[in-house]
Design a protein around this ligand. Sequence first.
Ligand code: HEM
Ligand code: HEM
Length: 251
Amino acid sequence: MARVDLPNFPTQPGYMTEKIQRDYIQAAMAKNLLPPQAHRMADILSLTAPSDASKPIQIWQLYSVLGQEAIVELVQSFYQRVFEQDNWFRSVFERVGVIQIHINAQASMWIDVMGGGPYYHGAEFRLNAHHTHNAMQLMNDKGAELWSSLMLETLDSSPHLAAADPRIRLSINTFLSFFMSKYADDFSFENRSFFGETNPPYRRKINFMKMTEQEIEALSETELAEALSDQGVDITQYEGKAAKVNKALMM
Ligand code: HEM
Ligand code: HEM
């Protein structure tokens, strides 16, 4: 199993970390992307990305692999694109402040959410206030489409990130898609999350030999099926959960 030595950068919770963990974990559990115990699992709650490269990097673990410089670079590259756009888009940002103001605020928020420490004071209230009061004109299909394509261009022109660890891009896509779908709900525009593939489902390492009968019975049928196939069992021969539990008990 591929392993990497982490963290690359020291982590600390921010003003937004806990809330985003709670909200994201709840949404991801509902979609079976995280196991039902996710909110109690140390390697999911940790701010340091898993060293086991087969496990996805959670949104709040990104700082541990990226650090401040890489995050600021991405955000800067995004706003350079924003400030090259036509007036209908650019002017909404210009009205708020010069490019450096935007880079600072956006990078602070990313660093805060991604586990780099308390940088985005005001948290969700501030984020919401700024989008509602200052960005309203663009919080619609047309604005979301351009915002997203500029962000996609930015990410696609930073291939060194994915080269460092292929999980990074998936996690950034997960972060952006999570916020974008929240804004699509809040501001009633069509969800334009086309950043690309997001984090794959988290698979727990299951070792039947170390588990009690009750623990094996508590697994879902999908988890049983995956763990049995991982061990070379032809699961088509074990239809239904009870048959899979029995097979697992014999391993
Ligand atoms: C053009 C108008 C605005 C500009 C240029 C602006 C700019 C800023 C900047 C630069 C910060 C960060 C300050 C720092 O780092 O110390 C900030 C924070 C904040 N803004 Fe705005 N803002 C604007 C409008 C608004 C509006 C209308 C609201 C609320 C309805 C709002 C709510 C907040 C809040 C709550 C914070 C966080 C304050 C804190 O935690 O210290 N802003 N704003
Ligand atoms: C429909 C898509 C979006 C549009 C049109 C949009 C537009 C804007 C605009 C015009 C501002 C400047 C307003 C201000 O600072 O007062 C802003 C600020 C900001 N946006 Fe967005 N945004 C979008 C999506 C997102 C997403 C997905 C995120 C998070 C990943 C995000 C995070 C931020 C942050 C952190 C700020 C800085 C607010 C502050 O100064 O504290 N935005 N956005």
